[in-house]
Write a protein that binds this ligand. Structure first.
Ligand SMILES: [Zn+2]
Length: 452
């Protein structure tokens, strides 16, 4: 007999095996109700629940309880697994309510025509909260695919490694599922992915009613630009957009080995699109955060209530802030042009975030160019330039092992920064907290705090 649930995550192709195990102790000593409590405990432990499938092989009386837990997270990777799972889930009125996540994986089985109709093969699953599509080719799906997906509304939609030829193929996925969180990793354009030009003007629609958070990741610049040029994901509740370029969305911090970026792609490709995403004409009175993390720096554009240490807001205008997080690979030839392009967003404040190590390693030319830019006509309403220690916690040093900003210079960090940003000092907009930086001899009260 085959007790192996073929749909279970990571085991979509489980082969038939006999239940021929001999217990090393007398199982019959305990009533099945007690064993079910044990199985429930195994299922609730994230370190043990991968053993559930083995438990289902122990004896017939354990099968039902094990499957009750196993159908929480489902992988459909073939026509057979879909058929098998559909039969199983309909076998008990309890099972549809157990399913929380369905992953549709198109990387194993050809043909993949079953993907187009899988939602109509399944009963309604009231607690489904996540749908994941892995390695599916959207160019192969027939028109029913998107229509049938409206049967699977849920809070989270994840797409990993999909092929697409037109941007609406992806946006229709989102509007069919109507998720609160949408994650996309590694979308691959087939041929020349295109979109009607009028999509740019439709950024303020209400097509994505519940969409709150978007996270997208691309391994290279060309693919990110191809995707972002068709960007139409706006909605009345959208508050957070996270974009990773140069690395996979699931590998947040891989080692950087240097990269070649074409100037055209770099300056005119992505960054004007980011400004459009951050400032759609209809949404300037809504809080929003757009974070773009690249291998050479992170840029976080934020629109929010003014901070408490700022001057009172005019009427209810939200404040716009730009935070640039540097790393040891930050080059002025990359960072400075990006800041120039982003300046059309009329920021009220700019935060430069870096570690003392970065400060010592980076070419001083970068601060000179940024100083000129931030104090010039590009930033007419800018009234605050903050320099923050990336290693500090809540404005204080993490510990006193922090290196100084300079090998030879133990002056107050304020003096060192003032020297590097003379134009911003002249405008009276530069600010830093010397409690965040080690080795200040001038303001050594109180002593460097310890954090336990
Ligand atoms: Zn100081």
């Amino acid at each position: 007999m085959d007790n192996w649930p073929r749909w279970w995550e990571g085991q979509s192709f489980a082969t038939t095996q006999n239940v021929a195990w001999t217990a090393p102790f007398n199982l019959a000593q305990l009533p099945v109700e007690l064993w079910e409590i044990v199985i429930d405990a195994v299922a609730s432990d994230p370190h043990l629940n991968r053993s559930l499938r083995d438990c289902s092989l122990v004896c017939r009386s354990w099968v039902t309880r094990c499957r009750y837990h196993l159908c929480r997270r489902v992988v459909l990777a073939s026509s057979d697994s879909l058929t098998f799972f559909a039969q199983f889930i309909k076998s008990s009125p309890d099972f549809p309510g157990r399913v929380e996540q369905i992953r549709v994986d198109g990387s194993f089985d050809n043909p993949t025509s079953w993907i187009s109709h899988f939602p109509v093969s399944l009963p309604r699953m009231p607690n489904l909260n996540c749908v994941v599509f892995t390695s599916i080719d959207l160019t192969e799906q027939n028109v029913h695919f998107w229509r049938f997906l409206t049967l699977l509304p849920c809070r989270t939609l994840k797409i990993q490694g999909v092929l697409y030829s037109q941007h609406p193929q992806i946006s229709r996925l989102v509007s069919a599922i109507q998720p609160r969180t949408f994650t996309l990793g590694g979308a691959e354009p087939v041929g020349h992915a295109s979109h009607p030009p009028q999509h740019h003007a439709r950024t303020c629609g209400k097509r994505f009613q519940d969409l709150h958070t978007i996270a997208v990741g691309f391994k290279d610049w060309e693919k990110s630009v191809a995707f972002m040029q068709g960007w139409i994901y706006f909605g009345p509740l959208l508050r957070s957009i996270q974009i990773l370029v140069g690395k996979d969305v699931h590998q947040w911090l891989p080692p950087f080995q240097g990269e070649t970026i074409s100037v055209a792609t770099f300056t005119s490709g992505l960054w004007p699109i980011i400004t459009r995403i951050f400032q759609p004409p209809c949404r300037l009175d809504e809080a929003l955060s757009v974070s773009v993390r690249t291998t050479f720096a992170a840029f976080i554009l934020r629109r929010s209530e003014p901070r408490s240490d700022r001057s009172p807001p005019i009427a209810k205008r939200l404040e716009q802030d730009l935070c640039v997080e540097f790393n040891k690979f930050s080059l002025h030839s990359h960072v400075v042009p990006v800041i120039a392009i982003l300046s059309v967003c009329t920021f009220d404040s700019v935060t430069l975030k870096l570690s003392p190590i970065d400060w010592r390693k980076l070419d001083k030319e970068i601060w000179k160019l940024i100083d000129v830019q931030l104090s010039g006509a590009h930033f007419p309403v800018l009234n605050l330039v903050m320099i923050e220690n990336a290693n500090a916690v809540s404005g204080q040093l993490l510990d006193d092992g922090e290196p100084p900003l300079s090998d030879t210079d133990t002056r107050c960090s304020k003096d060192i920064f003032s020297e590097a940003f003379p134009e911003c000092v002249a405008k009276g907009i530069l600010r830093s907290a010397c409690s965040e930086w080690a080795h200040c001899r001038d303001h050594a009260v109180p002593p460097y705090p310890s954090i336990y």
